[in-house]
Design a protein around this ligand. Sequence first.
Ligand code: IFM
Length: 484
Amino acid sequence: MQRVDFPASFVWGTATASYQIEGAANEDGRLPSIWDAFSRTPGAIVGSDTGDIADDHYHRFGEDVALMADLGVDAYRFSIAWPRVQPTGSGAVNHAGIDFYRRLSDALLERGITPWATLYHWDLPQQLEDRGGWLERDTAHRFAEYSALAVDGLGDLVSNWITLNEPWCSAFLGYASGHHAPGRHEGSQSAHAAHHLLLGHGLAMQEIRARRPEAKAGITLNLYSVRAASESDADLEAARRIDGLSNRLFLDPVLRGVYPQDVVDDLGETRWFAENVTSEDLAVIAAPNDFLGINFYSRHTVAAEAKESVAVSTDAAGAAATATAPSAYPGSESVVFVGSGAPRTQMGWEIHPDAMLDVLEMANERAPELPLYITENGSAYEDVVSGDGRIHDVERTDYLRDHVAACREAVARGLPLGGYFAWTLMDNFEWSWGYSRRFGIVHVDYDTQVRTPKDSALWFSTFLGGALGRSPAFSSSASRSPEA
Ligand code: IFM
């Protein structure tokens, strides 16, 4: 398998997010986000870790851009920290915050790497959460205002925009299960947050279009292939529910301009949606996108009740389905995530590269002409630094290669897949798992901030024809061959 097996226009990149890598939490006017507050909540984060320093990318971005250039990627997907650009969540721009992303974008462009900016990867200014956060409709308007500031400040350098990253996580991990910031347990009202997030997406799209009609813009959803554990009516019903909450609740309004009524009813939010979701809202949410970003990690197998024969699996937060925390699937709490027996990553997520084709088809059947991008895909494993100083991450390399192969199959099937972004460039703050989970293709020593490409990075670079893959320093790596 080689890069030339893909169309020349296919975009290869890596992805990160602001709070996970930047550090510099109190610099240049940045104020706290919900993650700064949540990470200080006792018991919220493994090891009581915070993003205060993270990968210190704020100060080391030049080194990180050079690393990407050596990898040979075409594009870099990063996110903009709202609390740097508009620290209180309303009002004037903080120029020092914008300037950081201008320096980063300039550095990328100098190395021939195209910036892809995500406007919201979960770091809501805490002052907006104090006013109700995403449960308040006004937050959608604040998000549009901030998006306008970001596009005004960066639109001459950035021409690929993603409004939201994974609104499912913001709504249901943030406001239902509480595994993510702001850590609230609002049950089915978390679906109100989902609507306000999507409204924010639509309003932000309007701001982008008004300011930079030539820019490409869309949203990124985390989609799952969902299967029933058996053909029983009860298990099929469980699969309908989880597919509804994970996929259709987001895909249908964005691509078809309607909320799936069965899902709204499952949530028990029929009345709220009828009274609060206007046809104008739906028109705003469904305005055309230039592409759809899809984050793909795993497949869910679900059952109506626990089965003795199969191990309990983990849900999208990596939380065991047996955990006592409130469910991230309000109204469908009784559904059980069961294992199918496939190998799993350290997150407990089953590995199903073929299921990536399922989610691409799922999006494509709703919007046949819409370009699709895998904006995240990756795996966490317990890495070991070997005696030779290298990280021989065979499992992550296999995961990466097998998902790149699934991309090739997607292209061969004629799906409009335009690119693939590996999650993630380097180890970083993995949300409620803190630094205990490493998804990077580059290892980070958090004591010294030394970055070391893992074998997965070398495989990727070799595949891409990058300088790192050709480096004699790594010539003994068994996993260098893209065929390996
Ligand atoms: O680290 C996260 C990322 O921020 C959003 N998508 C899933 C990744 C792995 O959990």
